[in-house]
Structures are given as C-alpha cells and as structure tokens.
Ligand binder design. Sequence first.
Ligand SMILES: NC(=O)c1ccc[n+]([C@@H]2O[C@H](COP(=O)([O-])OP(=O)(O)OC[C@H]3O[C@@H](n4cnc5c(N)ncnc54)[C@H](O)[C@@H]3O)[C@@H](O)[C@H]2O)c1
Length: 264
Amino acid sequence: MLTEELVQMSQSYDKGRLLEGKVSLITGAAKGIGKAEVEAFAAAGAIIFANDIHRDELNETVSAVNDRHGAGTVTALPFDVANLDDCKAAVLRIHKKHSRLDVLVNNAGLMKDALIGTITPDLINAIYGANVFGSMHLLQLCAKIMMRHRSGSIINTSSIVGITGNPGQLVYSSTKGAIIAMTRTAAKELAPRGIRVNAIAPGMIDTDMMNSIGPKFLQKHIDNIPLGRLGRPEEIASAAVFLASDMASYITGHTLVVDGSVLV
Ligand SMILES: NC(=O)c1ccc[n+]([C@@H]2O[C@H](COP(=O)([O-])OP(=O)(O)OC[C@H]3O[C@@H](n4cnc5c(N)ncnc54)[C@H](O)[C@@H]3O)[C@@H](O)[C@H]2O)c1
C-alpha cells in the first residue's frame, strides 16, 4: 500500500481527540450516563453544551468538567427538553455563539414503572415528554442547523427494553421502541443532507435510574448478564464518542446495543 494512503488512514484513526472542536449538545447531563458523556466528549476535544432539568446538579457537573479540561469547555443549559420553547431558545443560543452544531446526544430520560391498569395520563405525558417529545424537538431543531453545513451526528438513547419489552414498563419500553423507529426514519430522511442518526440501546447501567429498582431486583437482573456485572456509564459514553466521530462516518440508522451480551 502506498505510504500516503497509510498516512491518510492513520489520520482518520487517530483516537486521541476524536471530537476536536465539534460543537455538541448533550441532554440529561447532570448525572449518570449524560455526565459520563460530557466527560468523555471533553476528553475527546469537543465544545459542549450540557443540558439538564436540574439546574444545581448540572452546574456542579459543568464546574467539575471545566476544572479538569479548562474553563469554557462546557456550558450549562438548564431546561426541560419536553418544552419546545425552551428547546428553541437553547438551540438558538448555541447557533448565535458558534453558527454551527455538529453533534446532538439525546440522553435525557425518565423511567417510572406502572402495571397495566394503573397507568395514568400524567405518567404517560411525563415519560413521553422527556423520552420521546424532547428527543423529537431537539432532533428537528438541531437537524435544521446541521443541514446548512451538510454534516452532523445525532445520537438518540433507547434501551434494550425498547426491543424486548419488560413487565411493568409499558410506557417506558414503548418510548424506547419509539426512539428506535425515530432513529431509522430520521437516518433515511437526513442521509442525503449529510447527517447521520444512530441510537444506543444500553442494557443495565450503574446509575441512579437503574439503582432505583432496589437491590433485590437488581441482583436478579445482574445474574442474567453474561459479562456478570452492570455496565458503567463511561462504557455508554465511549459508544457515544464513537458514533459522534468520523470513525462512524458510514454508520447511520443503527441501534448499537451496549448490554454485556444480555440480548444475544
Ligand atoms: N441506567 C440504565 O441502565 C439505562 C438503561 C437503558 C437506557 N437508559 C437511558 O439512558 C439515559 C440516561 O439514563 P441514566 O441511567 O443516566 O439516568 P439518570 O436518571 O441517572 O439521569 C437522567 C438525567 O436526565 C435528566 N432529565 C430527566 N428528564 C429531563 C427533562 N425533561 N429535561 C432535561 N433533563 C431531564 C435527569 O434530571 C437526570 O439528570 C436515559 O434516556 C435512560 O432511559 C439507561
């Protein structure tokens, strides 16, 4: 192989700073997977806008990441992703500052269990608001900006229960199934505009959301994980960095399952 070709290949595989200078919006970033994604994106050289509905916790995360990676690496954008006006104002703010947006990570999510027969409209609205409507609002708003540069990467967050279903999670699992369908449709529609759209379907990841199911249920689930342990938030963040980067330049419409082999 020609040396020039090899140099070109090694440049595209330089893993040091995969997201150098990429303007990125990450939602649900105060804790858990979103917090790990902010840290991983910062380490990869991204310019980050971190969102969460909980302002104080978000500010703590943003300060900690800026202390490690330099002031101004991350900017806090507290708002409710279910609120379209809030989403518009946030995306406008990013556009005013950078005139571009390269990556959207729709990570914010809410999980509440309820058995069939006990599900209320308020519960449906709350979970669909955070998990589906928020992702759809931001996908549309961010795609409009990305279209102007004919490039961008959108990463949605599904779950393995969006593929398998799970008793007690009629609402939650259906939002995560909707995310997969939304990802496929958006990928097809936006591919000609240079925008890739993928989803990550985490298995059981060690965050407050997962630990809320209680130690007894948690152990039962861990017993069914071939790798024998919960996933770590940073293991989802690594998948997000990969999908956001040019390393994944030929991957779109995909749902990447990161679950320690539960689904196999
Ligand atoms: N932890 C897991 O095992 C697991 C498995 C599969 C999928 N997921 C998905 O991964 C994502 C992150 O989960 P996590 O485990 O880190 O959860 P988490 O509860 O630890 O963190 C979720 C964050 O989203 C924020 N959020 C919720 N609603 C919001 C809204 N309307 N607007 C803005 N922010 C909002 C919360 O304040 C919180 O900081 C979620 O979409 C979740 O459904 C998690």
